[in-house]
Design a protein around this ligand. Sequence first.
Ligand code: PGA
Length: 267
Amino acid sequence: MSDKVRKTIIAGNWKMNKLRKEASELASALVAGTKGKENLPEIVLCPPFTCLDVVVAAAKGSPVKVGAQNVDHRDSGAFTGEIAPPMLVDCGASYVIIGHSERRQFFGETNQTVPLRVKAALNHGLTPIVCVGELLDERENELTDPVVKRQVGAAVTGLTEEEILKLVFAYEPVWAIGTGKVCESKEAARVVALVRSTLKASFQNKETAEQVPVLYGGSMSAKNAEELLAQDEIDGGLIGGASLKADEFLEIINHACKRPRLSATKA
Ligand code: PGA
């Protein structure tokens, strides 16, 4: 049995919201609100690219980490409108969301482009938060499991065991994102466990897959966070709407603080 403990992570995905001043104020309020708290989860704020620097400045000297919402897989070049991994590092980001369903739905992200970005992020020391999850009609047609397995398998294409252990996954059922329809906690925990069991194929020692943190995302709020975070399998949340208000996001963080530190491998 391994005594490795999976991190609890509470990440805010601000999407295309906040001007620089607003972003700075929100980040400052969160930093102030988490000061001195015990058993804090890893807190990651993912503002738009244009606010990365002000959020990094607000988080300076605190344990709060900063992430981007997308990244290109190339280091530089004639790719108008893209942002390269070294640019994120230069801004002070340490995480990056990859393969979010909104990127898959509206910006041509696929199971082929996700692994390129994951690899590039890792090469530059960024921690990818890889998003997977089924569409409503896929769920209705009982395709949740094959869709999620395919997305997870694709994301780790070509990665070493050591690299996979640096990833964070987020199970985000697309029908639950921004809709207020949260996935029932037992079902969310089941699919989160499926993400980890899919990763077993990539490890010689299958138990090692238990060390990869997997979050839940999709209408997580101060109201439902406690129940979702009470599931052993769910290591935290990737939170959109409810991360835009300091009070609500701090409430979710408070629920995460109450979570016992779990051993990655159960006896
Ligand atoms: P939501 O978004 O919390 O607003 O549903 C989650 C996400 O898209 O990451």
